[in-house]
Design a protein around this ligand. Structure first.
Ligand SMILES: [Cu+2]
Length: 120
């Protein structure tokens, strides 16, 4: 019995490690001048990995379904953008990335995680 409990604990720990540190989204959604819809629900942004060329105006349309305060804000680290997301109503965030690089976007507690890759 004890062994089983320990095993379960180990599995949970492994899952947490994978979820927070190892998991890397593989499929990038490439913006081609069109707005990108991002669903905010169940602790994840969908899609969570977005690619866009430098110097091209970008529109991200966040639709927040998660009513928990955790999902309330989206912060683009290194881009000086932070917005409050209403529940059940799309929120458009428009900007033109001026430098190439990979920028994280997260909720204020950094539970929700996403990446914006700006290509040269
Ligand atoms: Cu959060």
């Amino acid at each position: 019995m004890n062994l089983l409990v320990n095993l379960a604990g180990l599995l949970i720990a492994a899952f947490v490690v994978w979820w927070f540190w190892l998991w890397k989204p593989r499929q990038a959604l490439v913006s081609a001048g069109r707005p990108i819809d991002i669903l905010v629900d169940d602790g994840i942004y969908e899609p969570a990995y977005i690619e866009t060329p430098k110097g091209q105006p970008l529109t991200l349309r966040f639709l927040r379904k998660d009513a928990s305060p955790c999902a309330e804000q989206v912060i683009f680290h290194g881009l000086d953008i932070s917005e409050t997301l209403p529940i059940g109503k799309p929120k458009e965030i428009r900007f033109t990335p001026k430098q190439a690089g990979t920028f994280r976007f997260t909720c204020q507690m950094q539970m929700y995680q996403g990446q914006l890759k700006v290509t040269d």
